[in-house]
Design a protein around this ligand. Sequence first.
Ligand SMILES: Cc1cc2nc3c(=O)[nH]c(=O)nc-3n(C[C@H](O)[C@H](O)[C@H](O)COP(=O)(O)OP(=O)(O)OC[C@H]3O[C@@H](n4cnc5c(N)ncnc54)[C@H](O)[C@@H]3O)c2cc1C
Length: 304
Amino acid sequence: MVASPSHHPSLRQGVGLDEFTTWKVGGTAEWFAEPTHQDDIRALVGWSGHHRLPLHCIGAGSNLLIADGGLDGLTLCNRRLQGSRLDATGGWIEAETGEPLPTLARKAARVGLGGLEWAVGIPGTVGGAVVMNAGAQGGCIAEWLHSVQLLDPTNPDQPVTWSASDLAFGYRQSRLQQEPLIVLSARFRLDHGHDPAAVTARTSANLHSRTSTQPYQQPSCGSVFRNPEPQKAGQLIEALGLKGLQIGGAQVSPIHANFIVNTGRATAADIAALIAEVQQRVEAAHGITLHPEVKRLGRDHPWI
Ligand SMILES: Cc1cc2nc3c(=O)[nH]c(=O)nc-3n(C[C@H](O)[C@H](O)[C@H](O)COP(=O)(O)OP(=O)(O)OC[C@H]3O[C@@H](n4cnc5c(N)ncnc54)[C@H](O)[C@@H]3O)c2cc1C
């Protein structure tokens, strides 16, 4: 029996994770915490290591399918660890792991820092965006990231700094997807000296073009599949007439074929089954394997 340490007020037992993902699905976390300070992360990681508990790290849960069976061990949700420091003259931004990407894009625009205009419509945290090398509308994290501060759970008292070149970035890929390191903060080098009104206008235009072509009103995880370049996953799926295809409460969005939406009562199993169905149909018709961009946590998904 693992005792709850009295000095971690944010630590709770048996917390439903559906609230913490944008798909609004996922079972219960055995232990759950939303730290508000980097010292809390270090202490919680040390505690889970001491008790040999599995450790899962999530941000805004906007690229995650968490199993209906929930997660053993400690789930650390970093979305409350927000904040950023901007140096408009030098072109630097230092952001905490839980800073929302849209907030960062807006703050940068307001002081005339260019580069993050594409990030305004991506509902993730800085930490999750670095891990995913999030990108849109021609931009991505890898282009603007200078360095990250990371915590190795096996040595939580000594954070390390990696430069962007250490992260082996690729299309929606980074080395952090293979290594169990936690992003504590990120430092960006942006283009300085722009007219704040012009950067803000570009940022707003980017948001508008996304919300008018993507199903932002329903729970989703954005694009489910990586694009099998030079093809677009959405076009391959749409060409097969799969928009609207439904399993349980999960539906291929009638608005954008690479989105799967939760129509209200979807389970993770519904979504996983729909992902597998779409994969099979695209493979059979086009001979192309679609690989999910979305990450899975938990064990009961059938589409591995
Ligand atoms: C409506 C909608 C539109 C979207 N549009 C886009 C888009 O245009 N482009 C795009 O790239 N993505 C898009 N996404 C997907 C998603 O927003 C991004 O992948 C985002 O970067 C994920 O950030 P997150 O904080 O939600 O990470 P999560 O989903 O919480 O986690 C993603 C992965 O990162 C890991 N992780 C999270 N935080 C940390 C941390 N601090 N340290 C270590 N590991 C961590 C998790 O374990 C998981 O493996 C969209 C999603 C939605 C819902």
